[in-house]
Design a protein around this ligand. Structure first.
Ligand code: S3P
Length: 189
């Protein structure tokens, strides 16, 4: 999005929010910007925002790292599946998912059936740069983040590519990504 592309007006965004009859679900790799972009998007559409990882932490009364450390990834995935089922049942607003959620068959089916799935996609360098800002991702602790992210992105792409919309979340400001999502939704709905 450049300065020549003004994007949707506030009236058009309000009209878009009225046409939305299902939750917007952001999927994609760690570091794609799902939580930050989701928050901004929800704010612009005047809709509630929910971060699935935070919901898992609330339900478990533990951080994601603590869940992985004490019970392992399999246990975390079980909690993730249950939380996603509840959020899709509640069916409101904008939901940011954890990077692995859309790769679970049951969760992906639910999201595709009840929501509009948006794949936020970034190249590996951008993802690595962004995840480097936080130290809260257990999958990145044991090894070279560039190698792990590159491998997971390749493995997961067949799942992510089933999302209804594919939006590139480039290295620039997240607001550009939000504007692209609003335009893509406006055309898709
Ligand atoms: C994971 C991504 C994380 C979190 C967990 C596992 C993954 O969420 O759910 O550490 O499997 O890619 P973010 O995508 O918000 O970092």
């Amino acid at each position: 999005m450049s300065i020549d592309e003004p994007g949707l007006s506030s009236g058009e965004i309000a009209a878009l929010a009225r046409r939305l009859n299902r939750p917007i679900v952001l999927v994609g790799m760690m570091g794609a910007g799902k939580s930050t972009v989701g928050r901004k998007l929800a704010q612009m559409l005047d809709l509630p925002f929910c971060d699935a990882d935070e919901e898992i932490e609330k339900a478990a009364q533990l951080t994601i790292t603590e869940i992985f450390d004490r019970f392992g990834e399999g246990y975390f995935r079980g909690g993730e599946r249950r939380v996603m089922a509840r959020l899709m049942e509640e069916g409101r607003g904008v939901i940011a998912t954890g990077g692995g959620a859309f790769c679970q068959d049951e969760t992906r089916r639910l999201i595709l059936e009840k929501g509009v799935a948006i794949w936020l996609d970034s190249d590996v360098d951008t993802l690595v740069e962004r995840v480097g800002r936080k130290d809260t991702r257990p999958l990145l602790r044991d090894g070279d983040p560039h190698e792990i992210i590159g491998r997971l992105r390749t493995e997961r792409e067949p799942h992510y590519s089933q999302a209804h919309l594919h939006i590139v979340s480039g290295p620039g400001p997240h607001q550009n990504t939000v504007s692209r999502i609003l335009e893509a939704l406006d055309q898709w709905l």
